[in-house]
Design a protein around this ligand. Structure first.
Ligand code: NAD
Ligand code: UFG
Length: 342
């Protein structure tokens, strides 16, 4: 069975390619490398000892995408490709709507032309906006506070409309909480461009000496220690969730949505402590004002995925931090490595 992975050179996509190959699927990656490097795919091959096919194609280029479907016999698609920086989406809304929405529309059109109706879509916990209570269930009200979040919300609606129009579609929408960590080998991991927006890569870059100090965005939230609480999930657990979704789609027609989270909330200070333990260094930090748009607490009720996908997260916060640190200390400059350890 052949899985097309859009955005397969990215952070979550590359880890998912590893799990798919290890499970025995054939993998075809489509990525325009706007936020990734081809090197990651060589590392995926090294980790798994298996081949995968790569096409440097932009999803908005219908002719090139069609060519991929003509050459490969695709059975299902895992759709990661998209722009994901919340702040950037506020300053470049058209870029985000064009890339994320148009790219997905073209992907679905081409899939239909080739009779491929199975898709797993990367949604996000951001679609819950500011939830009234935690843990968050899949049936909670949805809202978005920025263009990035709106693309996820709109795409979920578009997928529902698509399913209504043609019941041949089988769609699994996965709402990720906060993916962190890296593959156990330390060969692949998160490689953000420029100064990281997200906390985990920021902390690892402080630990490795690339950044001086972490800003903690607010210590006056209504949470146990005053800092923001999130559901950090190991990227490998998240990737295994996609393999489960591909298994699910083959036996359960329809459209479904699942939270992929651990169900546990950790504060910024918990995370700093766990990283300090993993890298055996103090992480210097300074308390800063709250970041605009942030919420106090966000963590999943993950039981639906446990029941229906037969999936639950296995790796704890210490393991997430140890694995993230292994990757960052092996490759301080990410895929532009200055140290070859293969
Ligand atoms: P990433 O940026 O590392 O990976 C996305 C990949 O898609 C990149 O390799 C990029 O080059 C590619 N891409 C973007 N636009 C493309 C296009 N038009 N055509 C072809 N390739 C394109 O991001 P990630 O963290 O791996 O996230 C993957 C998906 O999961 C995204 O859709 C993201 O919105 C979603 N998500 C991520 C998080 C997170 O915190 N990382 C949380 C929730 C949801
Ligand atoms: N934080 C800091 N300092 C930093 C960065 C973050 O204190 O330098 C805090 C935030 O205030 C928040 C927590 O760390 O309390 C996590 O922040 P991240 O930026 O790492 O993650 P978010 O929860 O804000 O958002 C992430 C993705 C979104 C996605 C969401 C849910 O960036 O795209 O998880 O999946 F929608």
């Amino acid at each position: 069975m052949t899985i097309l992975v859009t955005g397969g050179a990215g952070y979550i996509g590359s880890h998912t390619c590893v799990e798919l190959l290890n499970t025995g699927y054939d993998v075809v990656v489509v990525d325009n490398l706007c936020n990734s490097k081809e090197e990651v795919l060589h590392r995926v091959k090294k980790i798994t000892g298996k081949e995968l096919k790569f096409y440097k194609v932009d999803l908005v280029n219908k002719a090139e995408l069609t060519e991929v479907f003509r050459k490969e016999k695709i059975d299902a698609v895992i759709h990661f490709a998209g722009l994901k920086a919340v702040g950037e989406s506020v300053s470049k809304p058209l870029e985000y709507y064009y890339n994320n929405i148009t790219g997905t529309l073209i992907l679905c059109e081409v899939m239909m032309e080739f009779g491929v109706y199975n898709i797993v879509f990367s949604s996000s916990a951001t679609v819950y906006g500011n939830p009234a209570t935690v843990p968050i269930r899949e049936d909670f009200p949805l809202s978005a506070t920025n263009p990035y979040g709106r693309t996820k919300l709109m795409l979920e609606e578009i997928f529902r409309d698509l399913y209504q129009s043609d019941r041949r579609w089988n769609i699994v929408m996965l709402r990720y909480f906060n993916p962190i960590g890296a593959h156990k080998t330390g060969l692949i991991g998160e490689d953000p461009k420029g100064i990281p927006n997200n906390i985990a890569p920021y902390i690892t870059q402080v630990a490795v000496g690339k950044l001086d100090i972490l800003g903690v965005f607010g210590d006056d939230y209504d949470t146990p220690d005053g800092s923001g609480v999130r559901d950090y999930i190991h990227v490998v657990d998240l990737s295994i969730g996609h393999v489960k979704a591909i298994e699910h789609i083959q036996h359960n027609p329809g459209i479904v949505v699942y939270n992929l989270g651990t169900g546990k909330g950790y504060s910024v200070f918990d995370l700093i402590k766990a990283f300090s333990k993993a890298c055996r260094k103090d992480i210097p930090y300074v308390i800063k004002p709250r970041r605009v748009g942030d919420i106090a607490a966000c963590y999943a009720e993950p039981s639906l995925a446990r029941k229906e996908l037969h999936w639950s997260a296995q790796r704890d916060l210490d393991e997430m931090c140890e694995d993230a640190w292994r990757w960052q200390s092996n490759y301080p400059n990410g895929y532009q490595n200055d140290k070859e350890i293969l």
